[in-house]
Design a binder for this molecule. Structure first.
Ligand code: HEM
Length: 476
């Protein structure tokens, strides 16, 4: 869609009005596919490029913008026999960092209008995010920072062969354009049962987006009266649409580059599975007086807020129901003291749902779309000899208010839940000998000696542009 039609002038003729969520469906062809839906394809590859100059960068962006595998959010066709949607064999998506925009030669008058967090990049405010000590940018994997990366290419595929072929093809395009990779190719693979390396089912809790045909299940939106849920406004994730907050427009100078795009947060998060398992063993003894498998599983579930198969503690507080569950339809109002799900459990921190009702923080304004897959070998042993973790991606319209807020105020600070700022997220917090509070533990509710189980190995902020915007970036 041409920009002048996509951005409707307001009646007054000055500025533009934001699109309504109901307009999302007409724009699916202009939004990149992985933004509105997780593909749930098991093989992924992420390539990281730097642009030596504007001609090279533009030639590469052009080849991506015109690539037949570039995947939009348009609805897939349905298989007449099975009634299932037919997934593509392989998908291609693209995002650009501020460094990349600078390299393309976007004028300063426009560059300066991008939000501050995006302009500065993730590594520049690493300490705010808890990326200190072993997680500090100086210890990140070589080149794996938005201080060095201009663009990221994301490939998802049904099988390894399709992934490999597209990686080869994209590398050829880069070579033709005269650009090179700045960090090692990152491959990620789904683990059995959609689990991450600590052994928990992942990819369950997502915000439902108003107007999106893809995600709307009870529990995904914002708690509303009568035990119902209200979808989150599209503008919280897709740029150019009405938001939950008082709408701030996108500055006119950069609207055409932002419309139907999103800000993509990337983090390579290494998981220290051995250290995590050792902590569980010790914590179960402290909290329950035993390290029998049942107590270990209970403490493991308390750290996350869900049992390993995905069952939420709020719905199954005592025993784990063996049926795999991905239930999301729960809130915390009948568990104010955290006896079912600890106040500091990972999912309660990262999306407190109604747990902060009555306070100053409005949870609606801090939601994240999560994507990503595990990387590294799938081994059951507790050794941390080989690196493994999550290629974590989050999408949001406002990096500061959404991702960085969650990371800074909820993951790395317990004040909001009354736990004090010494207590941090037990899964991803920047812990150094911290503690974890387990209300209602049969023996002792405060478990000390909580260390960092997840180390940041790289990361960055990117703009994942809409298709028309991508074409704009590709043209002189
Ligand atoms: C290695 C790193 C991480 C691991 C192993 C991990 C693991 C998990 C697991 C097992 C769940 C429950 C399943 C689900 O709801 O999908 C979950 C949920 C979630 N995580 Fe993480 N996570 C990691 C990093 C992060 C980070 C860095 C953030 C944000 C800053 C985050 C935000 C969330 C959110 C928002 C939910 C959904 C909560 C809900 O809606 O109830 N996670 N994570």
């Amino acid at each position: 869609m041409p920009f002048d039609r996509a951005l409707r002038p307001s009646q007054a003729g000055a500025g533009y009005i934001l699109k309504k969520s109901s307009e999302l469906e007409d724009n699916l062809h202009d939004i990149q596919g992985n933004v509105l839906r997780g593909y749930r394809l098991p093989f992924a590859a992420y390539l990281f490029f730097d642009f030596p100059g504007s001609d090279e960068g533009r030639a590469f962006v052009q080849s991506i913008a015109g690539h037949p595998k570039l995947t939009t959010a348009a609805i897939w066709e349905t298989d007449a026999a099975t009634g299932e949607k037919i997934k593509p064999e392989v998908t291609l998506n693209f995002a650009i960092s501020f460094r990349g925009l600078v390299a393309l030669g976007i004028p300063q008058s426009r560059l300066s209008k991008f939000p501050r967090a995006f302009r500065l990049g993730m590594s520049a405010h690493a300490a705010d995010l808890g990326d200190t000590e072993e997680s500090a940018p100086r210890n990140w994997q070589r080149g794996l920072s938005d201080a060095s990366i201009s663009a990221i290419v994301m490939i998802h595929a049904k099988n390894d062969g399709a992934r490999r072929n597209l990686v080869v093809a994209v590398r050829q395009l880069a070579k033709n354009a005269g650009i090179s990779e700045v960090a090692k190719l990152l491959e990620a693979n789904a683990l059995p049962g959609a689990k991450e390396h600590f052994g928990f089912r992942d990819g369950i809790g997502q915000p439902s987006i108003e107007g999106s045909p893809f995600t709307d299940k009870p529990g995904m939106g914002t708690p509303a009266p009568g035990n119902t849920w209200k979808p989150v406004k599209a503008g919280e994730f897709i740029l150019g649409y009405e938001k939950e907050s008082t709408a701030q427009e996108i500055p006119a100078e950069i609207r055409e580059l932002c419309l139907n795009g999103t800000y993509l947060v990337f983090r390579k998060l290494q998981q220290n599975v051995g250290a995590f398992n050792q902590f569980i063993e010790r914590a179960s003894r402290i909290a329950y007086g035993s390290d029998a498998p049942g107590d270990q599983e209970l403490i493991a579930a308390k750290l996350v807020g869900r049992w390993r198969n995905g069952n939420p503690l709020i719905l199954s507080p005592i025993g784990n129901d063996p049926t795999p569950a991905s239930d999301n339809d729960f809130r915390y109002n009948n568990d104010r003291n955290g006896k079912k799900c600890p106040l500091g459990a990972h999912i309660r921190r990262c999306n407190p749902r109604d747990a902060l009702d009555g306070g100053d923080t409005d949870v609606r304004l801090h939601r994240l779309l999560r994507r990503g897959l595990p990387y590294g070998p799938h081994v059951d042993d507790s050794s941390d000899a080989e690196e493994r973790g999550v290629a974590f991606f989050a999408m949001n319209a406002n990096i500061e208010r959404q991702f960085a807020f969650v990371q800074q105020n909820w993951v790395n600070n317990g004040e909001f839940a009354g736990l004090g700022n010494e207590e941090r997220d037990p899964i991803v917090g920047a812990n150094t000998s911290g503690r974890f509070t387990v209300p209602g533990a049969s023996r002792f509710p405060f478990v000390p000696g909580l260390n960092r189980f997840v180390t940041t190995r790289g990361g960055g902020y990117f703009l994942e542009p809409g298709i028309a915007a991508l074409n704009k970036l590709a043209s002189k």
